[in-house]
Design a protein around this ligand. Structure first.
Ligand code: GDP
Length: 291
């Protein structure tokens, strides 16, 4: 997917501006920058340790060189995860899960539009049946993206039955991809996880599930991660979508989220418009973050 620049706070840009020689202050500034960009204490320590060792080993003295090493270290850590989307099944069934408000519905709209540019035939399923507004919102996005939608016949219809009908539709009408929206009411965590398990069971009887994408709001940082744990434990997540990176000063979250979950970031959302979704490229990301 096309890349676009992120608008992170320029903690790194300002820390690397001015000074030419590495001093003890450089390390203090770097630690502060890493923590404030939400890399988290463990990754911050790991990066600092690695860079200090490299600087000693190669007798590096210039801040400019340290910056390059930092960029490479971040890129390498990001590249340890494979961001490939597996969509070769026909139909490729994608479940989209996550807490309400993170940007699930918007992501589905943007993703459907993106996939459509490759001449894929797409249907979306509104399996968040509890909130009428959620169904309407998905219908609006489906309309914008120019894709079909399967919606519940009545409010509160069993989400698994809507998921079933979506996959049926995809199989019968020869669609390439079925993207299923799911509920995200965290107040009823146990109930929600049971509901998602049922959706998965029902769908798996019809077709293998190509991807279960967990959507996370990058602006919530480490808190968002805590909320997502239940999904990772119970929903068979295969990859992450990070939304609202356009509004986030927390670029380091990208790194810590992969490391902590062990899951690759497959898509990033960078705005509310239909074109504001891209794939994830470690090289570009590290460059944007560190400069
Ligand atoms: P859902 O409850 O998870 O389905 O969340 P929605 O798709 O309704 O999105 C919640 C809010 O986040 C809406 O106001 C969206 O416009 C906004 N949103 C979603 N993705 C992004 C993004 O990548 N960037 C920004 N700035 N806003 C986003």
């Amino acid at each position: 997917m096309a890349e676009r620049s992120w608008s992170f706070s320029n903690v790194f840009q300002s820390m690397f501006r001015g000074a030419e020689q590495i001093t003890e202050d450089t390390w203090d500034d770097l630690e502060t920058a890493l923590i404030s960009a939400d890399f988290g204490p463990e990754i911050t320590d790991a990066i600092l340790g690695e860079l200090r060792a490299q600087v000693d080993r190669h007798r590096v003295t210039e801040v400019k060189e340290l910056r390059r090493m930092l960029r490479e270290s971040i890129e390498e850590r990001l590249a340890a995860f494979d961001p490939t989307l597996h969509l070769s099944e026909r139909p490729a069934v994608i479940l989209v899960v996550g807490v309400n408000g993170v940007g699930k519905t918007t992501t589905i709209g943007k993703f459907a539009r993106y996939l459509k540019t490759f001449d894929k035939k797409i249907v979306v399923g509104a399996a968040d049946t509890f909130r009428a507004a959620a169904v309407e919102q998905l219908a609006t996005w489906a309309d914008r993206a120019g894709v079909d939608i399967v919606r519940p016949q009545q409010q509160g219809q069993d989400p698994a039955s809507v998921a079933f009908q979506t996959v049926e539709r995809a199989k019968n009408d020869d669609f390439d991809i079925a993207i299923i929206d799911t509920a995200g009411r965290l107040q009823t965590k146990g109930g929600l996880m049971d509901e998602l398990s049922k959706v998965r069971r029902v769908v798996e009887k019809q077709s293998p599930i190509a991807e279960v994408l967990l959507v996370l709001d990058a602006t919530t940082g480490q808190n968002g991660l805590a909320q997502a744990e239940a999904f990772i434990e119970h929903a068979g997540v295969t990859g992450l979508v990070l939304t609202k990176l356009d509004g986030s000063a927390k670029g380091g979250f990208v790194l810590s989220v992969q490391q902590k979950t062990g899951l690759p970031i497959k898509l990033v959302g960078q705005g509310e418009g239909i074109g504001d979704l891209t794939g994830f490229t470690p090289h570009v990301f590290a460059q944007q973050l560190i400069g």
